[in-house]
Design a protein around this ligand. Structure first.
Ligand code: SMG
Ligand code: MG
Length: 386
């Protein structure tokens, strides 16, 4: 179905598109408030932007890796190294035919999915702009409004969490996701559920438990959660399958799904009933589209995860989540959820019905504010063909 998108050529530049330059920038934006998960806490976001130039246009992408290797082994530093020394030279070496050929050129380099995705995203924005299509149109999106939820970090006190739950429900968000860890789980969920008996509520453990915690996690069953996201280790499928067979709540995998192969195995093993697709974690559009298509064909619900992206990554997430299989609210919040000012104009906003509009303009559908980016840039690197 959507896989034909993988082989679409760029009509504006028939057959092959020469990449003339790749620019890598790191840009730091402060967060309104710290974001805490089971593995740590951040106060600001070092964003990694990728600009790909060719055919007289510029396409923008974002590498979603963090500064430290907690969510994944990739970091801003590893991605800079891998793109500069391996991935970019492979793209600059000769013109690119289509997304599938681009993905094939990056495939020999093992892992480093977030680095690869940064390039795929920028390439796809460039192709969409050259074809005067929105990214959503280019990949076969069918939705013009995307249902969204919000992810709430671990808070210093329960009262502070409850205040944030009320605040984001008041803004219209359709689903609340609570970050949990041992010591901040059952009692917290119980209290949020007691105050909000009917909301869509989920939890995300970011790998904080082991299969030995099965009985403990089973206590979550009484709260009617939409899902429990990634309770066990980041690369596990087997223990998750065992846990899923013993609890009522649906397991959703995030960290464990690093590509189409892992998605297929997880579904075959029964490791989860829902998949969180993060375009960065799986290596870009080529894999994200395949995972979407697989899940859609099997009736497995998917939703779009978030990595505290700038508006550039956020705009790609919106395009992805416009595909028909994205039936659950994504972690696609308003720009203002994290940042005083975003890198795109207009910023991403969430309407009072808890949806975000998929823009219709070419490419990302937002303007990239280069002046603001430049004022916040920490490092900048230009790569060109030899
Ligand atoms: O972009 O709103 C967002 C963040 C959503 O909770 C979120 N992401 O495991 O799903 C997840 C986390 C990963 C980022 S933690 C720094
Ligand atoms: Mg997660």
């Amino acid at each position: 179905m959507r896989s034909e998108v993988l082989n679409q050529t760029v009509e504006a530049v028939p057959d092959r598109l020469a990449i003339e330059r790749i620019e890598l920038r790191t840009v730091r934006l402060p967060l309104h408030e710290p974001f805490e998960t089971s593995f740590g806490r951040i106060d600001s976001r070092l964003l990694f932007l990728v600009a790909v130039k060719g055919g007289g246009e510029t396409g923008w992408g974002e590498v979603v890796a963090a500064e430290e290797p907690f969510y994944s082994y990739e970091t801003v530093g590893t991605a800079l190294h891998v793109i500069r020394d391996y991935l970019a030279p492979a793209l600059l070496a000769e013109p690119v035919r289509d997304l599938s050929e681009l993905a094939g050129r990056l495939a020999p380099f093992r892992g480093h999915n977030m680095a690869k995705a940064g390039l795929e995203l920028a390439y796809m924005d460039l192709v969409a702009r050259l074809k005067s299509q929105s990214l959503s149109q280019l990949i076969g999106g069918t939705r013009d409004r995307i249902p969204v939820g919000v992810s709430l970090g671990i808070q210093p006190t329960l009262d502070q969490l409850l205040e944030r739950v009320d605040r984001y429900l008041g803004l219209g968000y359709q689903r609340i996701k609570l970050k949990i860890k041992p010591g901040w789980d059952i009692e917290v969920v119980k209290e949020v559920r007691r105050r909000h008996p009917d909301i869509l509520l989920s939890v995300d453990a970011n790998c904080a438990y082991t299969i030995a915690d099965r009985d403990h996690l089973r206590q979550l069953d009484e709260f009617g959660l939409l899902m429990i996201e990634q309770p066990l280790e980041h690369d596990d499928l087997i223990d998750h399958a065992q846990l899923q067979s013993g609890i009522q709540t649906s397991i959703c995998l995030d960290e464990s799904i690093t590509g189409i192969g892992r998605a297929r195995q997880a579904l075959e093993l029964g490791s989860c009933r829902i998949i969180n697709i993060k375009i960065g974690r799986v290596g870009g559009y080529s894999q994200a589209l395949k995972i979407h298509d697989l899940c859609y064909s099997k009736g497995i619900p998917v939703w779009c995860g978030g990595m505290l992206e700038s508006g550039i990554g956020r705009a790609h997430n919106i395009a992805l989540a416009s595909l028909p299989g994205f039936v659950l609210p994504g972690d696609i919040s308003a720009s203002s959820r994290y940042f005083a000012r975003d890198l795109i104009v207009p910023e991403v906003t969430v309407s009072s019905d808890g949806t975000v509009a998929a823009p219709r303009g070419p490419g990302l559908g937002f303007d990239v504010n280069l002046d603001y980016i430049t004022s916040r840039t920490e490092t900048m690197m230009r790569l060109e063909p030899h």
